[in-house]
Design a protein. Sequence first.
Length: 314
Amino acid sequence: MRHLLTLFDLNSHELNRILSAARVLKKMHAGGQRPAVLQHRVLALIFEKPSLRTRVSFESGMAQLGGSSLFLGDDVGFGKREAPSDFTRVLGQFVDGVVCRSFSHDTAATLAKYDCVPVINGLTDLAHPCQAMADVLTIEGEFADRPLTENHLVFVGDGNNVSRSLALICAMLGMKFTLACPNGYELDQPWMSKISERYPDAKLSQTTDPIAAVSTADAIYTDVWTSMGQEAESAQRRKDFADYQVNSDLMKHAPETAIVLHCLPAVRGEEITDDVIDGPQSRVIEQAGNRMHAQKGLLAWLLNPHWVGENVPE
Ligand code: CP
Ligand code: NVA
């Protein structure tokens, strides 16, 4: 039984297979093809927090590949109505996979613990692996004329679920990654140590200087300063991140060829200004669109590996 709780659940080869499947399915989609790769498969979504991109891209992706999905609201009562072991063993008889968006990563890990059904992390406080996979598709699509390993991704903002997953995916794929953040908001040591142990050649760094960081960036990425669940800290965070806004002043220090990414939803006027997010270097809309393609690759790999073996070149 395979799960995707974090990208540590995959090795680089498996990640590359998923990304290759995503590319094949994206191309088919662009050509108007909707192959029934996931016919009769059912995906359940258990979401504790709001979502546009993750929910709709998973549900549409399943439908386009011939499967179906069930959005489970609060009434199923995961963690509230019955023991998680009962919940998961029952659910596993009805569906082929579960996407979980939870406040605590432990909630998603508990769903996976009984190995009844593959569990995909649709965002927890720890990680957002599906976002990072989509972001790789966006970067490689933009800089198709050179190897992915030649790109430098600079994240200006919080050491959070999104930047954590980006640091790891960059390590797995050989891309350079820099986090520019205020003191106290760095990526946590246990996560970074685990990356270095698993990927000793990883090109990762952290700095408090956003200007220096963006000067060699190919992609400049930001996310909200206050993630879902941290609302009580928002006033303090607005102060602490004041010098880390992605605005036209910062963009003057970046190469003109650099693209701007944001996982969305954005708080315009906080971490990013209107002129930058709507400007010529922004790729945030294409980036969101890639969520569906990346997740199709993941779903095909998890739920129909035979199809991937037959249709996705090594
Ligand atoms: N980026 C992202 O996960 O968006 P949603 O919160 O809308 O799913
Ligand atoms: N870091 C943000 C990402 C939202 C997609 C959050 O967790 O709220």
